[in-house]
Ligand binder design. Sequence first.
Ligand code: PNS
Length: 160
Amino acid sequence: MKIAIYPGSFDPVTLGHLDIIERAAKMVDKLIIGVLNNNTKNPLFSADDRVNMLKEVTSHLDNVEVEAFSGLLIDFVKRKNADVVIRGLRAITDFEYELQMAQTNRTMEPTFDTIFLITSLQYAYLSSSTVKEVAKFGGDLNKFLPQQVIPKVKDKYNIK
Ligand code: PNS
């Protein structure tokens, strides 16, 4: 049984994340979405809210689970007996950060492997941070966020 972990902040989950989740779920027996619960990042949504949103938008995927984790990713991977970690790569600008993380993780745990999925073109420049910026100023979120997530983000910014 192949188990993969797709870790991230998901603050909030975007259509770009969902695209990676749907594609990764087809490649493995079980995909665990690991939601980083890290207070230093000062997220818009609590870890519980982010977990619940992810559960809602992945309810059509039978082999996907969602869980919050804190501490090191390599420890979460070990606890879950996962074989591999999945990350999305949008543009070349992601590469250096991703390489640094993957190499650091492999240095700490030599059996650790990351598989990178290239983001679909329509989501290549999408990030939770830019979406929050659009939301803050009342922009249209339909092309960026799953429908279930839009009212929750609007609520945070008191937008009707
Ligand atoms: O969505 P993000 O914020 O780009 O995800 C980053 C994440 C959660 C994958 C990364 O910050 C992480 O793995 N954090 C856990 C702490 C850790 O293991 N750090 C060592 C690797 S640099």
